[in-house]
Design a binder for this molecule. Structure first.
Ligand code: COA
Length: 380
């Protein structure tokens, strides 16, 4: 077989199909997102994070007893090795939560009994542990950096409720639990986004689940990907602090060729179906809290971006105001994205390991012409 590249991909691999996958189907023109063929709107309305995670990881909706077993396994996995907590204790307090999370997930592999195996059953066990341990790391780090005591996990609570309990030290309201649960469903999977692609590339070398998830966390951190929800809230705070008109602020940013965080998407050419739910939740929280400021500001920006630039809000735009109204610190937004996306990452790592071939594309060479002369250092 020839080793000469045959096709050139567009910049950023736009439009390139890089894998066969049975996990997620997106129609960017019509704004359809589905997990294992089930529409995201149905899941947001009827499902919960645990059931959605089971669907993504196992390829089908669970029966009642399968879901009960899965919930029990997740609850049992709510244990974090004391040495991983010790690593966190020794980390400088100003370290960003995404960096602590990336380090702690990497460290977890040293204590995982299945570390050496990429077998399907071992990957499922590692997935359960990581699903439960990632939210614990986020909550524990937030408590440690604020010199607060670590709150023990409550194995009777849902994934969302246990996280909020460990973060805030008290059981969440029904509204807070439900809001976070829906946000977790919406963020759980999105085909070959940058972090998932990174996870698959790592898994395809037959590296282990923890390596793939550590790499995915690094990719998610960037403001063009998962970091956009934090960047969105920083924009809203900047507008508020300056007492500026949101539309005027955005106009000025655009005039200076700056991108508006939380807008645009590589795949969607219409409304991001996840934004529909987050907008609704942001509005509802604004009303119920009697403080619709963040929602109103977001709405004004969204309208302007649509009318003037024809660019839609993406998943990150309204998650920013939603999380803020739940009382969550800005720099926890992207870590929360990752506690949900862990389900999708794991599904992709397992799919890759179960039917693997190394992912190794070619580059279109645009450097100096070959053969280029080697000049000895004295003559340069
Ligand atoms: N604000 C202003 N203009 C934007 C924009 C935004 N958020 N997103 C895209 N555009 C414009 C670009 O300036 C470009 O215009 P041009 O053709 O006149 O130069 C055009 O839309 C295409 O943008 P491009 O950056 O090439 O698209 P992409 O597919 O490479 O990037 C994103 C997709 C998501 C990275 C990009 O939309 C972005 O940076 N958004 C902000 C970050 C964000 O919210 N990320 C989360 C994604 S879920």
């Amino acid at each position: 077989m020839s080793t000469t590249p045959t096709a050139t991909a567009g910049k950023g691999l736009e439009g390139v199909v890089a894998a066969n996958s049975g996990i997620c189907w997106i129609d960017g023109e019509q704004g359809i997102l589905s997990y294992r063929g089930i529409d995201i709107h149905e899941l947001a309305k009827n499902s919960n994070f645990e059931e959605t995670a089971f669907l993504l990881i196992n390829g089908k909706l669970p029966t009642r007893s399968e879901l009960d077993t899965f919930r029990k396994e997740l609850a049992q996995a709510r244990e974090l090795h004391p040495e991983v907590i010790e690593i966190m204790r020794r980390t400088p307090k100003q370290t960003k939560p995404m960096e602590v999370l990336r380090t702690a997930v990497s460290a977890l592999s040293a204590y995982d009994p299945d570390e050496d195996s990429n077998e399907h059953a071992a990957n499922l066990r590692k997935t359960n542990r990581l699903l439960s341990q990632i939210p614990m790391i986020i909550a524990i780090w937030d408590r440690l950096r604020k010199n607060k005591n670590i709150v023990p996990a409550d194995k009777a609570l849902s994934h969302a409720a246990n996280f909020l309990l460990m973060l805030n030290g008290e059981k969440p309201s029904e509204t807070a639990e439900k809001t976070l649960d829906i946000a977790l469903i919406l963020h759980a999977e999105h085909e070959l986004n940058a972090s998932t692609f990174a996870a698959r590339v790592i898994a395809a070398t037959l590296a282990d689940m923890h390596s793939a998830i550590t790499g995915a966390l690094g990719a998610l951190k960037g403001p063009l990907h998962g970091g956009a929800n934090e960047a969105t809230m920083r924009t809203l705070y900047a507008i508020d602090k300056a007492g500026a008109d949101p539309v005027e602020y955005v106009k000025e940013q655009l005039a200076n060729k700056k991108k508006i965080m939380g807008f645009g998407h590589r795949v969607y050419r219409t409304e991001d179906p996840r934004a529909t739910h987050l907008r609704r939740m942001s509005e509802a929280l604004g009303k119920s809290s009697g403080n619709p400021k963040w929602f109103n500001m977001s709405r004004a920006i969204e309208q302007y971006m649509l009318d003037e630039k024809h660019i839609n809000a993406n998943v990150d735009f309204y998650s920013a105001s939603t999380y803020t109204m739940l009382g969550i610190d800005i720099d926890l937004f992207t870590p929360i994205f990752s506690m949900s996306r862990m389900a999708g990452w794991a599904a992709h790592v397992i799919e890759q390991h179960d039917d693997n071939r190394l992912i190794r594309p070619r580059a279109e060479y645009i450097g100096p012409e070959y053969p280029n002369k080697y000049t000895p250092i004295e003559q340069r």
